[in-house]
Design a protein around this ligand. Structure first.
Ligand code: ZN
Length: 329
């Protein structure tokens, strides 16, 4: 099994790079764009390992000294640019670590590779400082910008880079990955996958995080006992959420998923179409006892609540209103 097979999705991107390597048609600068968790870093690590592998194939051998150094993060010709200020990558960062360094020939590798992660943090000055290097890189030089999207770059930079976009991965693939590689049970995988929307990093984080399971269980419990639940019970749980790595927005997203399930089940009566498949009885009950109009009202209310919280409207007021709408419909 090739190491590239372990990457979920992105087949076309991998194919492109393998082709470019095989035919010696690599560009000197790339922007690899994709949202957080889309797999940019994993792909990049594997790509640079391949480029530096002593066997010079289209995939890394995994055994040579170069591959071992690449895995250990100690390859002298694979450089991740660091920055002093957490929120920005400044001109002095790139001058010291890249512009002033790239003229020195590779220590042991075929290439000298620079990776700028979170490249959206590059200040315009830093981008300008890079221009000349990108225009006339040495034969062995490769610069990889990893960014959430390419809109942050100056046109002078984008016009000199090849842009590679990582698209969200299909839900089926993410689920398969979670179940096979991360040993996540099916019912849990469904919820994580729907929640992560093609972002494998996020799906994996969710699957591995206890608090996500807690939130999920809480949503299910409340939804099953809505008529007998006091508002205070919900609020005390939400207060506790503030301490964990998930927040009220995640909670609302899960509620949205629940009511969309109710809607889908009401329309289709098909348990295979819903996300909370394990809870199909509760979904069916709600679907039977509510009107389409009522369910839509709730869904709109949850979306409105998200917007209100974003606009800093008092959390308790927002939640109470939403909770009432849920009970009344
Ligand atoms: Zn190797």
């Amino acid at each position: 099994m090739s190491e590239f097979d372990r990457i979920v999705g992105h087949e076309k991107v991998i194919q492109y790079f393998q082709n470019a390597i095989a035919h010696n048609k690599l560009a000197h600068s790339y922007i690899i764009a994709g949202e957080k968790g889309s797999g940019k870093k994993m792909l990049t690590r594997l790509l640079v390992k391949t480029l530096q592998c002593e066997k010079e194939g289209i995939e890394p051998c995994g055994e040579c000294r170069s591959c071992i150094q690449a895995d250990a993060g100690s390859h002298p010709d694979i450089k991740w640019i660091e920055h002093e200020k957490p929120a920005t990558i400044g001109a002095s960062d790139v001058r010291e670590q890249l512009v002033g360094d790239i003229c020195i020939k590779p220590y042991s590798g075929k290439y000298k590779i620079y990776i700028i992660d979170e490249a959206e943090k590059l200040t315009p000055q830093a981008q300008n400082a890079l221009l000349k290097t990108i225009e006339e890189p040495p034969e062995y030089g490769i610069i990889l910008f990893l960014a959430t999207n390419s809109s942050f770059f100056l046109p002078t930079i984008t016009s000199r880079c090849l842009e590679i976009n990582l698209h969200p991965i299909s839900d089926g693939l993410v689920k398969q990955y979670l179940m096979e590689q991360a040993k996540v049970p099916s019912y849990m995988a469904d919820v994580c996958v729907a929640f992560a929307q093609g972002n494998i990093g996020k799906a994996l984080l969710l699957a591995k995080t206890e608090s996500f399971e807690q939130i999920r269980n809480h949503v299910i419990r409340i939804m099953k006992n809505l008529d007998n639940t006091e508002f205070a019970t919900i609020m005390s749980f939400i207060k506790a959420l503030d301490e964990s790595e998930f927040d009220i927005n995640d909670y609302l997203d899960l509620l949205l998923m629940w009511y969309r399930d109710v809607l889908i089940y009401k329309a289709s009566k098909d348990r295979n179409k819903v996300i909370f498949r394990e809870e199909v009885e509760a979904l069916a009950y709600k679907a039977e006892t509510s009107t389409y109009e009522g369910i839509n009202k709730i869904i709109m209310m949850i979306e409105q609540s998200k917007a209100r919280l974003k606009a800093n409207v008092n959390e308790e007021v927002v939640m109470e209103l939403m909770f009432l709408t849920m009970k009344e419909n």
